[in-house]
Design a protein around this ligand. Sequence first.
Ligand SMILES: [Ca+2]
Ligand SMILES: [Ca+2]
Ligand SMILES: [Ca+2]
Ligand SMILES: [Zn+2]
Length: 536
Amino acid sequence: MKKLCSIALVIAMSLTTAIVPYFNASAASISSSSYAEALKYSIWFYDANKCGKDVAVDNVFSWRGPCHTTDGSNVGADLTGGFHDCGDHIKFGITNGYAASILGWSLYEFRPAFDASGNTNKILSTLKYFTDYIMRCRVSSDKYYYHVGDPSDHDYWGPPEQQTGSRSTVRYMGAGQGAADVCGLYSAALSLMYLNYKSIDPSYAEKCLTHAKELYALGKKYPGVGNADHFYSSSDWRDDMAWAAMWLYAIEKDNSYLNDANSWVPSPATNWTICWNDMKLAVAAVGASLTGDSKYKDAISSNLSYWKNSVPTSNGGLKILDSWGTLRYTASECLLALVYYKLYKDESAKSFAKSQIDYILGNNPANMSYVIGFGSNYPKHPHHRAASGYVGWDQWKNPAKNVLIGALVGGPDSSDRYIDETDKYTCSEVGIDYNAGLVGALAGMVQFYGDIPTNTPTPVTPTPTNPQIKYGDLNNDNEINSIDYAYLKQYLLGMSTQNINLAAADVNLDGDINSIDFALVKKYLLGMINTLPYIN
Ligand SMILES: [Ca+2]
Ligand SMILES: [Ca+2]
Ligand SMILES: [Ca+2]
Ligand SMILES: [Zn+2]
């Protein structure tokens, strides 16, 4: 259930600890408007972990810019985009897929909360940054890349924009290399994007659904868990594929998906919570909503009882499931509890979530908000290279130069104490998986505890598709001419694709690069059509 951090191997542990003093402070004031503010920040966090050419587009952080803009060039693929994992810069399929699907689910479940609090546009553009990346990593229906970054990434401390060195470790799922855990998470993320986006941009939504089905088929064809070096040891793919199956069933009402989900997760009960390694309770939540099968409701109900009665509780009232990054588990359990409340109106589930979320936001003995930038007292030393702003290991433990607004840190220990030190990554690190459950839980809090004004729908504008891609310009010289035509021909003949921007080759945006695109580029060069991309 843990991510190992190689920094522990190369950096001697500090002998001094700056423990936040324990005192019985009066409860921080959490009001009904707090949840909407915290929700906004928790979405912003994702801007800090964006990777690729378009990082600066629609980014709330002025200290972030393009990075790792040649990812995939060593294999002739465009693997730019997506999100750095935690405080490092590796792009893992397991956490990109987990975060994208949990965020998409959060919007799907609690859309009124996002609309009323003015957060719909931002969550949609964040989700699209994920789904653009997932689809960009498609080579063919039989091959998707899902990993970029060398383990030596962790030897570097500094902003991603200034990082040099190899990014040559890339991995794909396809023949001989199953990664059905990632397939399932990616497929679910794309199905949810279809559901969340179909009224905004139907053609993009359809493209997502097509890819969701393709990834689902890929996971069935090549089962097994993906390879994330020693950082994420995924224990099973069946829960992830069942998660994907549930969302395809939600869209298509085809019983074969439900049968698949049942065969992969016959019993969703667990004494854990929803996390990157275990989607059973998320499967249960969707299953309960879609099928009414009592096994799904029972699994969530007994899990909530376990959390209320058997998970250790700190004096300050925090449930501690695990000492490493404990708040990520609390946050996703709160998401689950609030979805359960939405389904069954169980008041104890709702008040459980409130007790834990209020603790996270500052109603705790340390009087500290564990969401950076929220309130007046929050961690100043998150384990995050871009926020730190320092280059090299001499000053890496200094207070971060930049405020990593919205990041949920790992959290306090069982004595309600927080160690605000950069190298104490079990408490001070942040992650795209940590924040996903928090976004969903805060949206639920806005929906059930916030002051939601009625009749104030947020105007939604589609996010432009790949704003910096000039479709048809395969060699990135900002012109579309016979050179690009020749490159496309070369690619279609199976010849070298080094230095070709394949993202620009799908000129009809149907997710495939084939003879249709070739014909369209030819028509464009002959003046028979005036613009690319060309969609009919
Ligand atoms: Ca799994
Ligand atoms: Ca060109
Ligand atoms: Ca195409
Ligand atoms: Zn990057």
